[in-house]
Design a protein around this ligand. Structure first.
Ligand SMILES: O=C(O)[C@H](O)[C@@H](O)[C@H](O)[C@H](O)COP(=O)(O)O
Length: 234
């Protein structure tokens, strides 16, 4: 039995506001219980409005660490940088007081930056309190791309690496990604998707109807470690 709950909205702004309220509530609970909170978010285009709503949330932001589930290996000056998006849309207003732990180094390749990145990740007070995933139309989530050169390693439930580089035809540039076991080490897991095409991909992935292709998001849907809450709007 898959442990998946879905919240569907007719209005994407309403989704963004509701998801931000839910995430802020969980971060507040974490701070009350443990004195700190750790949030991992996705990049891409979908989370922008969610980030804007969350940036206004009233909570003890200096006690919150924010990181990314994955990053594109581009400088922060690039429009493709997830760090750039997070800094511009989430870490503003009240949330500007949070600590950001980026997943990037100024090295030509992620492999060359990996040791330093692992040290950055060591600074996170893991487990995560909240992880918010997105999904691409090819069924990738985080940087778990179909055909990714290190996909099996990234999805290995027994794997011990927390972050690994990933390259794939559909990825654009090399990536760095938290692995699946690292992301599942969270108290709450959300999957935020928008549009009918993504809803169909998700439904196919749930049913295993990938027509010969594999949708890596399936690994998130089929795991039993942490319930998945899907937020969807058209
Ligand atoms: O860096 C990234 O690309 C993301 O973290 C990735 O996993 C994203 O969530 C999906 O690609 C969906 O992206 P869109 O929201 O742009 O469709």
């Amino acid at each position: 039995m898959l442990n998946i709950a879905t919240h569907s909205f007719t209005d994407c702004q309403a989704l963004a506001a509701s998801l931000a309220e839910r995430v802020a509530g969980l971060l507040r609970e974490a701070i009350a219980a443990r004195g700190r909170a750790v949030l991992a978010v996705s990049g891409g285009s979908t989370p922008k409005h969610f980030f804007e709503h969350l940036s206004h949330a009233e909570l003890d932001w200096p006690k919150v660490q924010v990181t990314l589930v994955d990053e594109r290996w581009v400088p922060e000056s690039s429009e493709r940088s997830n760090a750039r998006l997070v800094k511009a849309t989430l870490l503003t207003d009240r949330a500007a007081a949070a600590t950001f732990v980026p997943l990037h180094q100024d090295t030509p390749t992620p492999e060359e930056g990996l040791a330093a990145l692992e040290a950055q990740v060591d600074a996170l007070a893991l487990p995560f309190d909240v992880v918010v995933l997105g999904m691409g139309p090819d069924g990738h989530t985080a940087s778990f791309f179909p055909g990714g050169d290190r996909l099996a390693e990234a999805l290995d439930p027994a794997g011990t690496a927390r972050v690994i580089p990933m390259r794939a035809d559909g990825a654009g540039e090399p990536r760095i990604t938290f692995t699946l076991p690292a992301l599942l080490d969270t108290r709450a897991l959300f999957l935020h998707i928008e549009g009918d095409a993504k809803r169909r991909v998700l439904a196919d992935a749930q049913l295993g109807l990938a027509e010969g292709r594999d949708y890596p998001v399936r690994a998130v849907l089929e795991q039993t470690r942490v319930p998945v809450t899907v937020y969807w709007c058209p």
